[in-house]
Write a new protein. Structure first.
Length: 121
């Protein structure tokens, strides 16, 4: 239990913000139901190459939004982002590919995957 201005909050009520980046490619991570997962992959859409979700377990993970954050002025690239919420316990895999969609499968230059072991809240 943690103290707060209205008494005590059970620890299980505190949800985590989990940040996943390129360095976690291929890793297995642990999350809890209710946790927010922020997926942040380096990219530069001005080259035409963008990251695209190819697989996500929609039963266990909810994709809330996605976007792009530019790097500082004068530096190429930035971060392509996805915000997800853990919905149900179990094992969920997220897979992405970096490609030029209009060129098809032959344009894939990179892949990313992470497995989440989602525990009950």
């Amino acid at each position: 239990m943690l103290p707060c201005d209205r008494g005590v909050v059970p620890l299980k009520a505190i949800m985590a913000q989990i940040v996943v980046s390129n360095v976690q490619d291929g890793h297995i991570l642990t999350a809890r139901v209710g946790d927010s997962i922020s997926l942040e992959l380096s990219g530069n859409p001005t080259t035409g190459y963008t990251w695209a979700l190819t697989s996500v377990d929609e039963k266990r993970l909810e994709v809330q939004d996605s976007g792009y954050v530019s790097a500082v002025l004068g530096v190429d690239g930035g971060l392509e982002t996805w915000n997800l919420k853990a919905r149900e316990p179990g094992v969920a895999r997220i897979e992405l590919r970096r490609w030029r969609p209009w060129e098809g499968e032959k344009s894939i230059v990179d892949r990313f995957s992470v497995t989440l072991n989602i525990l009950s809240g």
